[in-house]
Design a protein around this ligand. Structure first.
Ligand code: SAH
Ligand code: SF4
Length: 465
């Protein structure tokens, strides 16, 4: 049988930018090394994939906190004849591979127990963050794709770090696997969705992210639904086109933040390299492809961080309507979550009233909008990255066919619900009860990103009126 690399045409990974070479035992979630090892020991290369299957199953079945427990449980699944996996293969893998090359450095759980943040120490000592967000019976994992980020968006704490290095595919998968182990060992459901909204720009680390997406969706590996994976991007236009071609069914979230090239180039420096017209072309390309593949539009999400007096003015709303009208997108308005960039650039969060007013104008212009009301801005530096992922993405319902511009709506419906059926009729909705502001347990970490991401999770529920 063809190896996984051949099946998916996954190229061998080059050394990652900015990272120390790997030393010591290879990591189990490095499929290339596992396949090579299997073949060297006289097995078929497919044994590597079967090893992944039993180990992932062991993690999901609450395989335990220690690696030995996981190996032991995985080994038990070998007697299940369907696995066609000799026990000795698990034994050899456990002796020759590290189950994880990364380790959990800190775990912090929100008081409302809905969210857990994991600070993960990579093999060379760098730290990134992943978050498990439990919503109803589903769990979404937010993963990092880079250490820091080169894009330098002016409002983003991670952007102030600059790029330290890229994660490899194995390190991305390990975040999901570590969270799976953490959750399932506590009898919580295994994560079903993955969003690339942690640290870094996923499309600037395309090769690793693309291969990780392949493994996450492969029915013999992590077996997630393709629509359960969302890649959020600042708009690396050529890579977005590539993602559309190579992974047409995964979801995309586009971080737009400004309706004109001029304003966008000011607050999102990457816009100078990939100007708005190129981005919109890549966006249209994606929407057309989604439509061809699924026969319907699936509500691509546009992220828009609202900065007081910068991009929340009436003219910005009008330009945004003109830019996006007729496109089957969901505009996600996120009030700026003040962090270190507030001091650096003088940004302020707009009041919730002005966010609502902005949303109302957009709705009257015929777009679908969701406003995320944030709490906990008083605690720590905050960046809001992960707040996006808690509900919006999972609940994104299929969008109606390209919406025609609508007449002004009743003043009671300020912001539409992504899960609501397409208008009309648009009935006034009672606001959902506000959850109490989540409070974080203290997290001892010096990392700037850690502070930013922890606080971002304190940002809370959508306000749908
Ligand atoms: N690099 C990718 C994914 C990580 S950032 C991207 O930019 O899309 C994920 C989201 O968090 C982005 O939409 C980003 O704009 C948002 N974000 C960053 N800083 C924020 C802040 N201070 N307040 C609110 N949202 C923020
Ligand atoms: Fe990078 Fe995204 Fe932050 Fe921009 S918002 S600096 S692209 S992580």
């Amino acid at each position: 049988m063809a190896t996984l690399q051949q099946q998916h045409n996954i190229e061998t990974m080059p050394p990652r930018r900015g990272r120390a070479p790997v030393t010591g035992k290879p990591a189990f979630f490095n499929i290339q090394q596992l396949e090579r090892f299997a073949v060297k020991r006289g097995f078929d290369a497919v044994v590597a994939q079967r090893l992944w299957r039993v180990v992932i199953r062991a993690l999901r079945d609450g395989g335990g906190e220690s690696d030995d427990e996981v190996w032991e449980r995985a080994s038990k699944y070998c007697i299940d004849g369907r696995q066609k996996l000799p026990k000795v293969a698990v034994e050899l893998a456990s002796q020759n591979f590290r189950l994880f090359s990364s380790k959990l450095a800190h775990v912090a759980e929100s008081k409302d127990t809905q969210t857990t943040k994991l600070v993960i120490e990579l093999r060379d000592g760098h730290r990134v963050e992943s978050v498990a967000m439990r919503h109803k019976s589903r769990t979404t994992v937010c993963v990092s794709s880079q250490i820091g980020c080169a894009m330098g968006c002016q409002f983003c704490a991670t952007g102030t770090m600059n790029l330290i290095g890229d994660l490899d595919t194995c390190e991305i998968l390990e975040q999901v696997a570590l969270i799976t182990r953490h959750e399932c060992a506590r009898s919580r459901p295994a994560p079903r969705n993955v969003v690339f909204m942690g640290m870094g720009e996923p499309l600037a680390n395309y090769q690793s992210v693309s291969a990780a997406v392949t493994h996450l969706c492969d029915p013999f590996h992590f077996a997630l639904r393709k629509k359960g994976v969302t890649v959020s991007t600042v708009g690396v236009a050529p890579a977005l086109k590539k993602l559309t071609r190579e992974h047409p069914e995964v979801r995309v979230a586009l971080s737009l933040h400004a309706p004109s090239q001029e304003l966008r180039a000011r607050i999102v420096p990457a816009a100078k390299q990939w100007p708005l017209h190129e981005l919109i072309e890549a966006l249209d390309d994606h929407l057309n492809s989604v439509s061809r593949h699924s026969g319907s539009h699936d509500g691509l999400m546009i992220e828009y961080v609202l900065l007081k007096g910068v991009n929340d003015r009436r003219e910005d709303a009008d330009q945004l309507i003109a830019l996006l009208r007729g496109k089957p997108v969901m505009l996600n308005l996120i009030p700026y979550n003040p962090n270190v960039t507030a001091t650096l650039h003088g940004f302020e969060a707009p009041s919730i009233e002005s966010c609502r007013a902005f949303g109302k104008v957009i709705i009257e212009g015929g777009l679908r909008v969701r406003l995320r009301e944030e709490f906990g801005q008083d605690i720590n530096a905050a960046c809001g990255q992960l707040a996006l992922a808690t509900k919006d993405i999972e609940d994104l319902a299929p969008a109606p066919p390209a919406p025609a511009p609508e007449p002004a709506v009743a003043s009671t419906s300020v912001v539409t619900d992504a899960t609501a059926p397409p208008p009309p009729p648009r009935k006034p909705r009672a606001p959902p009860p506000k959850p109490p502001p989540p409070q974080w347990t203290a997290l001892a970490t010096a990392s700037l990103a850690a502070a930013a991401l922890a606080a971002s999770l304190a940002a809370a529920a959508a306000v749908l009126r």
